[in-house]
Design a binder for this molecule. Sequence first.
Ligand code: GLU
Length: 502
Amino acid sequence: MVRVRFAPSPTGPLHIGGVRTALYNYLFARKHNGTFILRIEDTDQTRYVEGAEEYIFESLDWCGIKVDEGVREGGPYGPYRQSDRKNIYRQYAEFLINKGHAYYAFDTPEELEMLRKKYESQKKTFLYNAEVRNELKNSLSLPEQQWKEMINSGIPYVIRYRMPVNEEISFDDLIRGHITVNSSTLDDKVLFKSDGMPTYHLANIVDDHLMKITHVIRGEEWLPSLPLHVMLYRSFEWEAPLFAHLPLILKPDGKGKLSKRDGDKMGFPVFPLYWPYGETARGYREDGYYPEAFVNMLALLGWNPGTEQEIFSMEELIKEFSLERIHKAGSRFDPVKARWFNHVWLQKRSNNQLAHEFSEIIKGKGYSCDIARLETLVGLIKERVDFVKDMWDEAYFFFSPPESYDSDALRKKWNEESPLLLAEVSNLLRKIEDFTPVNLEKNVREWIEKKGCNSGTIMHALRIAVVGKLKGPGIFDIISWLGKDETLNRIEKALATIVQQS
Ligand code: GLU
C-alpha cells in the first residue's frame, strides 16, 4: 500500500519547486491507489512565518491536489503538524541514547562558534564528529556523574547522533541509483534541541516511520541528508522507506537553481499564489494562469511521458506518471513555455466559460455586454491571447468606435479611391438583412467582383474605418458582431474624419 507525504516547512510562500514535489507525490499516490499525506514540519520555530501554512493549503487546493490525511483532513496517524507532536520525539532520542547511538552535548553556541572560527583561520572546516567529540563537552567525554549532574541542574543540552567511524553507508535512490558514502565524512548532527524540539532530521524519520510512509519523494536538496537518515533507520532498527530525490528546477539560462528572488528579477512568478505578507511576491494564479496549465507545466519540469504528448490533464498525468521517467538532470524553467501552456488550456475552455471570465474585465472597463454576445466575441479573439486579461487589448474596439485612425495604416493603405469605395460599400451593407459573417462576405465579394475594384483597397479601408488600425480578427466577423447600425455609423464617422485629416 503506497503512502507518500509532502512535508513542507511553513517558512514563507511555497516555491514552485515545492508545489512540484507535492504534485509528484500526489500523482504517485493516485496512480497506485495510495494515500497522499500533508505533514507540516514546523519544528524550527525561529523560521515559522505567519500565514505560510494557510498558503500551502490554498496552493494545493488551487492546483487540485487533494490531501487524504493532513492537518485539516485528520487521519489515523495524526496529528499531522509536528509542533502538535512535540511530546512524541523525546522518547525516540532517548532510545538512541540508551542504545549508544546518540549522546548529550553541552557545548554552548558561543563555544561552537569559536571553534568554527578557529578552524576557519586554519583553512579547515569544523565538524562535530568522532575525531573531536571526546575533547568537547558531552556525555561521551565527561564522567557520567558529571553530565548527569549537569542535566539535573538544568544546564541546556542538545542530543547528537553518534555517527560511527569508517562505515560504508550504501543505499539506493529510485532516481539517482546506488549511492555509497563513508560515515567518517559526516558529522554528529543535532537530533534534539535545547528548546525541547526535535530537529528536522529526527522528526522527519520518526514521523515517516510512524505514518507508515512507503516512498519519500522530495527535492534534491535533501540528498545530502540521506546518509544520516539511512543511519537513523538502521539505529532505530526500522525498515527504511524507498527514496526518490527530484531534480532541481533551474533558472531559464540553466545557470543554477531557480531561486525565490528570480521571479522579480526575471519577470515571472516563482510562487503559485500571490504572497501578501512582508515582502510581497506575485503568483501564477493572480497572473492569470489556469491551475490546469500550471500543473501541466510543472509536471513536465522534471518528468517526461516518453512520448511527444505535452498537454495533460490531472487525470492523464495520474495515468501516465512514473518515477522511472523522472530525470536526473535539473530542468530549466522556461517562462515562454509556461505562457504557451496557458494559451493551450485557454483554447480548451468553452466560450461560455471565457465569456464569463472576460465579462469581469469588461465591467472593470465600464462596459456591459450580454454573455451570448461575449461568447461570440471571445471565440473570435481567444487564439490571439495567452490570458483572459490580455483579451481587452484584442477587443477594445468592439466596445467603442476608433477615436483616431492610425497614421501608418492611412499612409500605406488609404488612397484617393478609398472614400468613394467605402461610401459605396456602406450603401451595400445598408441593404443587407442577413448580417452574418458568411453572408456579409459573400455580398461584399460579389460586389467587388462586379465592380472590378481592388479588393485590398476596400478591405483595408473598411478595417481602418471600423477598427482604427490594421489589426483584429476577420473584418466580416467584426462588422457582423457590431451590427448594421454601429458599422454604418463608424464608416460615416471615418469618412468625415479621414477626409478632414487628409
Ligand atoms: N520539511 C522539509 C522541507 O521543508 C521536508 C523534506 C522532506 O521531505 O524530507 O522541504
